[in-house]
Design a protein around this ligand. Structure first.
Ligand code: ACM
Length: 680
């Protein structure tokens, strides 16, 4: 078997060679190179004679539309009757009409002409195979083409999700739909829709209309829109698992139905973030009657057998303060918050069962006597996943996959659902780990910025959940992630496109060039990771520099690679040195261009020190590079002083991190090493 990307990394180490190879994400189980190529030109045709699934026609139309966007080729011919198509598709069986957890998602793709052949067990594999095909399309010597390869592929885990919180900030339908397209492009297959929380109730209930009327500020999905999303996702091979978070995180329910709460209220829609005291009253039979009817209504809207009840972060304050709840607890022998919540969960689980649903909840629901069959979503650490699996429950991993923390893709990529404490499980226990979900919590995002907080990092998580476990080289992942990130924009998500206009908006009438240079040198910090949710409300504008930046700077990562090569070589490659020098020069001169633009601009004021630091880094980098090139021994005091400055600059400022420090630090560390060696 040939692993193209890995092989070329080993052979060449050069970025040009790697760019020309197929760059797939997630990487398939096997990919063998063959000779030849399939031309993607106006004569390209596709035919799916061997599949009867009603989703196929739509899938092919979308495939051709994407192929048009990716290549700029305006349209495609239908294959003439009896003619051999360029790509022929065959399914072994019809498969279930709605995507199922147990579905065989495997496919086999052979792009040797002609015809190229995509074979799959069901439509699920066809959808995955078409996405792989689209990732293979590249410009070549004769125009767009697909290299001849033979791919056999199937997922490692059946549950590969993305959770989107639409409560903290409203996400219009278009946001949901374009993210479903992007999910399908990287073979994610579960859309976990966090539909209610303290800050908003986002689904229409016809039985209990005050839920959305009073709990949503007018921002909710109608039942028709929900059905549309479910169909949209289904057509793309994605299951939709709704979450209605109970008994905590429920303030928005209580505006319309305060009798559900454990304290009388009055209640207002949450504007701040964090853990609220509001919790449903577990002691009143009417609570369960209400939830029975509500869940019954929602069960009709969401065909998936799994139904998420949240269950996280119940602080117990309202329960402790309610004489009624305390009396109920004593009567039922429930000792403390956890025991009361376990009682509540058991009641809810029975209700779900009556509506044909399987319960899934955050890891707090893993209490004693949790009904078998419940699925645990681990978020507070990997231990709960291993613990759940050992106790006979199935589970999915989200700890380590919190996109809102804005950690690097490398961090998420290193988190394996069967790693850490789960590594000690036996085979039967490990098999209960169904996969994982990337989580996009909504405190610090809005419809404008959400894509750039999900993508491209969620693609690295998608690969962790799809590809074989030994696909784990983070450098190789990044090389492919950058390609995947560009391709993802053809699906409709705007994670790359959004930054430019946001920076222009900050610059106003001034040219944004200096701001762009600063932006490329910085990275946005995330919740709990240099950015505090308590400083924000749902009404805080998310229009600052930090909001316009991606969490990882591709250009700084490229500079780090160049700096690492320079450090590793006795004589720096002149092209590498020239690239670094050009960048350092630009940084060194950037502050003089930035300060006038920032002079009378309140939105840019917080960046003035950052811009000065970038200029200083540029100057330091120029000198360090010169010393490394010339072999000149830099004075120890200078190295030590600059190293201290770098440590200072690594601290968060304006809720961003000055990523540009990293390549400069690499050079300084090497100078220090050489200086120590010379002194020996
Ligand atoms: C959670 O992050 N509260 C599940």
């Amino acid at each position: 078997m040939l692993r193209f990307a890995l092989l070329l990394t080993l052979l060449a180490g050069g970025e040009l060679a790697r760019a020309a190879s197929p760059s797939l994400m997630p990487l398939p189980v096997t990919m063998d190179a063959a000779s030849g190529k399939l031309a993607i030109d106006r004569n390209f045709t596709v035919n799916a004679a061997g599949c009867s699934d009603p989703r196929l026609a739509g899938a092919l139309a979308r495939f051709l539309a994407r192929l048009s966007r990716q290549t700029g080729i305006p349209g495609w011919n239908r294959p003439a009757a009896g003619a051999v198509p360029s790509l022929a598709i065959a399914c072994a069986a019809a498969g279930p009409p709605y995507p199922a957890l147990e579905e065989d998602e495997s496919y086999q793709l052979d792009t040797r002409p002609s015809p190229a052949l995509l074979q799959a067990a069901t439509i699920a594999g066809v959808l995955h195979g078409l996405e792989t095909f689209l990732q293979l399309v590249q410009p070549g010597a004769d125009g767009f083409q697909v290299p001849a390869v033979h791919i056999q592929d199937r997922p490692r885990f059946p549950w590969r999700g993305l959770m989107l919180d639409v409560s903290r900030h409203w996400m219009p339908l278009a946001v949901v739909e374009r993210n479903l397209d992007a999910m399908a492009a990287v073979k994610l297959n579960v859309f976990h829709w966090h539909l209610s929380d303290d800050q908003g109730f986002r689904a229409e209930s016809k039985l209990f209309p005050r839920l959305q009327q009073l709990g949503s500020d007018g921002n909710f999905y109608t039942q028709d829109e929900i059905r549309r999303v479910v169909a949209y996702a289904r057509d793309r091979g994605v299951r939709v698992v709704p979450e209605f978070d109970i008994p905590g995180h429920t303030t928005s329910w209580f505006l319309g139905y305060p009798e559900l709460a454990s304290a009388p209220g009055p209640y207002e829609i949450g504007r701040h973030f964090g853990v609220f005291d509001a919790a449903m009253d577990p002691s009143r039979e009417e609570t369960y009657t209400f939830l029975d009817a509500f869940i019954g209504e929602m069960a009709q809207l969401f065909p998936d057998p799994y139904f998420h009840i949240g269950g996280d972060e119940v602080n117990g304050k309202q329960w402790n303060q309610s004489a009624r709840v305390q009396a109920f607890a004593r009567e039922h022998g429930l000792d403390g918050t956890l025991a009361i919540q376990t009682y509540f969960n058991q009641r809810i689980q029975k209700i779900l069962l009556q509506h044909g649903k399987i319960m899934i909840g955050w890891d707090e629901v893993l209490g004693p006597d949790l009904p078998p069959g419940t699925v645990i979503q681990s978020w507070r650490g990997q231990e709960s996943l291993a613990d759940a699996a050992a106790k006979g429950y199935r589970g999915i991993l989200s700890s380590g996959y919190y996109l809102d923390h804005l950690k690097p893709a490398r961090y998420h990529y290193g988190m394996d659902p069967q790693g850490g404490p789960a590594a000690g499980l036996d085979a039967a226990q490990a098999a209960r780990i169904l996969g994982g979900e990337a989580c996009m919590w909504g405190e610090l995002i809005d419809a404008e910025t959400v894509d750039s907080r999900i993508w491209p990092r969620a693609a690295a998580i998608a690969e962790r959940l799809w590809s074989p476990r030994d696909v784990a080289d983070a450098d190789d992942m990044y090389a492919r992630l950058e390609v995947a990130s560009r391709l993802l924009e053809w699906t409709g998500v705007q994670h790359r496109a959004v930054s430019g206009p946001m920076l222009d908006r900050l610059a106003g009438n001034h040219p944004a060039e200096a701001l762009r240079v600063l932006a490329d040198a910085c990275e946005a910090l995330g919740l709990g990771n240099g950015r505090r949710g308590s400083r924000y409300t749902t009404e805080t504008p998310l229009n600052r520099f930090v909001d316009a930046l991606p969490p990882e700077s591709e250009s700084v990562r490229a500079l780090e690679r160049v700096a690492a090569r320079i450090v590793a070589s006795r004589v720096p490659d002149p092209l590498d040195a020239a690239q670094l020098r050009r960048q350092f020069d630009q940084w060194a001169g950037n502050d003089a261009r930035f300060q006038p633009a920032a002079a009378e601009n309140a939105l840019l004021a917080e960046l003035k020190p950052l811009s000065k630091d970038l200029a200083m880094l540029g100057a330091t980098g120029l000198r360090a590079l010169g010393d490394l090139e010339s072999g000149h021994a830099a004075p120890e005091e200078w190295i030590a002083g600059q190293t201290r400055e770098c440590a200072r600059m690594e601290r968060p400022a304006a809720e961003v991190s000055l990523a540009a420090v990293r390549p400069v630090k690499l050079l300084l560390e090497e100078l220090a090493r050489r200086s120590r060696k010379a002194a020996q």
